[in-house]
Design a binder for this molecule. Structure first.
Ligand SMILES: [Zn+2]
Length: 339
């Protein structure tokens, strides 16, 4: 009996030892795994941050999200300034020359960039043209109405767009391409943290896909499929992506106001098509949208093309994704959409 009890006791001890050994192994493996995953998420070499200069707000926000605490990003546009009429100051040129990365939208959005790039003396500055790899679209026929006048004024200001729509960031697939270009450039300038930049870019692209899906489902069942915009022609890419008709009072740049003829035409259209809401732009005078609203009785809703933010939003660190989420809410209201 005693022998049998002893044997059982020994067996029990042996089993407990085995279990303990197994638990220890699991703990060791798990802690090793967490340590590795922690290391890969943390940027290496915290001594010096990469200095990056960007032209428009979406680019600024993308760099911030991909580079996080490894980058020192600055936005050339002062808060609240309208992007198409912006011209860089000599101090901006110095800033670009002293940076390690300069990210601009493309020659159609920033016609002044080409001369600046040619003038960069510092060989360490890497330049990213965000429009590379993106299929640019032209202004649609609807925006060509009254364009003669717009083009004349734009040539005087040196803003030649040649009919090409520069608002590439208002298509989430384009944003994914831009995010990849930025992650690649950051990795080339700081190879030790390449994995960090790539991981952050992947995470950000997932968020873009999620928002794109919300747009797709949110804008499917709508009473109206027509965006009437009291601002400039900025939402061509968005309209195309979600099969919406997009009509704007101004041309591709907001530097010339619509003519009386344009006004009459849009008012007639709003009345005829019983448009319930007109969308307005934040950084351009709301006068045009307000006139269209008072003439037709249509309501007003903000649709922010996000070239730049107003001072208050910039200080509150409003993100590009948050701006686009708000745009979707207003689009669903304005076009009477149901999910
Ligand atoms: Zn614009």
């Amino acid at each position: 009996m005693a022998i049998a009890r002893n044997a059982r006791h020994n067996l029990k001890v042996a089993m407990m030892k085995k279990i303990l050994f197994f638990v220890i192994i699991v703990v060791i493996i798990a802690s090793g795994f967490f340590a590795v995953s922690k290391i890969s998420q943390k940027p290496k070499n915290n001594s010096k941050k990469l200095t990056v200069v960007t032209t428009l707000f979406p680019l600024y926000d993308f760099v911030q999200n991909i580079g996080q605490d490894r980058v020192e990003v600055s936005l050339l546009l002062p808060p609240g300034v309208e992007a198409h009429t912006f011209e860089p100051k000599p101090s901006d040129l110095v800033k670009i020359n002293e940076s390690e990365l300069f990210v601009y939208t493309g020659k159609f959005m920033e016609p002044w960039a080409e001369d600046i790039i040619k003038g960069i003396e510092n060989k360490n500055v890497k330049v990213v043209d965000s429009s590379l790899g993106i299929e640019m679209i032209n202004e649609t026929e609807s925006a060509h109405e009254g364009e003669q006048g717009d083009e004349h004024v734009e040539e005087e200001h040196g803003h030649e767009h040649n009919g090409v729509d520069p608002h590439i960031w208002l298509d989430f697939d384009n944003d994914k391409i831009i995010v990849d270009s930025i992650a690649k450039a950051l990795s080339e300038q700081d190879p030790a943290n390449a994995d960090f930049y790539q991981n952050n870019a992947s995470e950000y692209k997932n968020k873009l896909v999620q928002l794109d899906n919300q747009y797709k489902s949110g804008l499917t069942k709508c009473e109206s499929k027509e965006i009437v915009y009291g601002g400039h022609y900025a939402f061509g890419y968005l309209g195309k992506r979600y099969s919406l008709v997009y009509e704007s009072a101004y041309g591709i740049s907001p530097d010339s106001e619509p003519s009386a003829q344009d006004f009459a035409k849009i008012i007639e259209q709003i009345k005829k098509e019983k448009i319930k809401y007109i969308f307005f732009e934040e950084l351009v005078s709301p006068k045009v949208a307000e006139t269209l609203s008072s003439e037709t009785g249509a309501g007003l809703l903000l649709l922010n093309p996000a070239h730049n933010l107003k001072k208050e939003d910039f200080e509150n660190k409003i993100s590009f994704l948050a701006v686009m989420e708000k745009n979707l809410i207003n689009l669903k209201t304005g076009l009477s959409c149901s999910e």
